[in-house]
Design a protein around this ligand. Sequence first.
Ligand SMILES: [Fe+2]
Length: 352
Amino acid sequence: MRRLPSRRWGLSTNRWHLSQAPPPPSYVPFKPEDAAHVAWEDIANPEGGADSRAAFVESLRKVGFVFLSLPDSMMGPINSSYEVARQFFAGEAKKHHRMREQRDVGYVNMPHIKEFYQMRYTKSPTEVWPSQPENFKEVALEYYDLMLRITKECFKMMAEGIKVDAEHFVNLLDLEERKEKEVDTFYGSTLFRYFRYKNKPCLPEDEPCKVHTDIGLLTIIPVTTVPQLQMLHPDNFEWIDAEPLSTTKNEVIVFCGEMMERLTMYYYRAVMHRVNPPPVELMGQERYSLVYLCRGRPDAVMDTVKLNSPVLEPITIAEFMRQRYTNKESANGLNTMQVGGVGFPTENLKAF
Ligand SMILES: [Fe+2]
């Protein structure tokens, strides 16, 4: 019996169809100069610095991250934070400050991989601040203030990039007056962490930090001496070793998170990143890292209409976070503190 060549015909048809398709876009490999290095003195200068501000935005758009070099006069809280982190992780106090679910603040230990201390802005209670080293709280709050100052400057440039007022971004942050009013109960939405990566030989599945995007508005990480942070190029899908690109020890790496991505309709994209094991020659060297994860306050509304992109419905930060955590199937353990923060009225959370 004669066999019908239906399958073969189908394949050849598919191939013919593909042959008519336009060629894929050419692959343009990442070049180190694609990541901009801009100086604080330039971008913070209202009289000039337009080129630097444009380079900052272009780098965020093109490769998903940008280097910002700080003057020595601003490095105090960063250098002090490294010192405090070293003392804290070497000491005994960490055992008494384990993560408090109610506050989403505290010490977390992942054997063989890393340990970190997670913080939120608060003036009290004193229990969340380790007693050793003695200057922990003072240094941590100085570090928070510095990062907030940098964040506001970054927001200005990013707002300029899409021709809107920077207040659209700044208004999403915790309000200064709120901090003053709710001294005892207020915990900021923004997280900041001191990390110590142990860098001991480990199993392949024990990656120091798996591939992810940050959920917030903006992430700022001072470059470290043990380069392990990798960023995924948003177009090339090429892993880029970020820290070896830095040109001075005073640089911080800035990149966007999912809130910024949603708010700007993907004009600024949330970049995928990970922390890899160190190169073989650096195995065993500890990596101390300071990570600042800027998030909007939960009752703030992300409204893309105000940004001339009337595509997405306005959404509160709290609802956005709930959706994102659910999508990532990591809603377990997501408590009102993580979404809303102590001190925020619970009616904000009723929607879910
Ligand atoms: Fe991250």
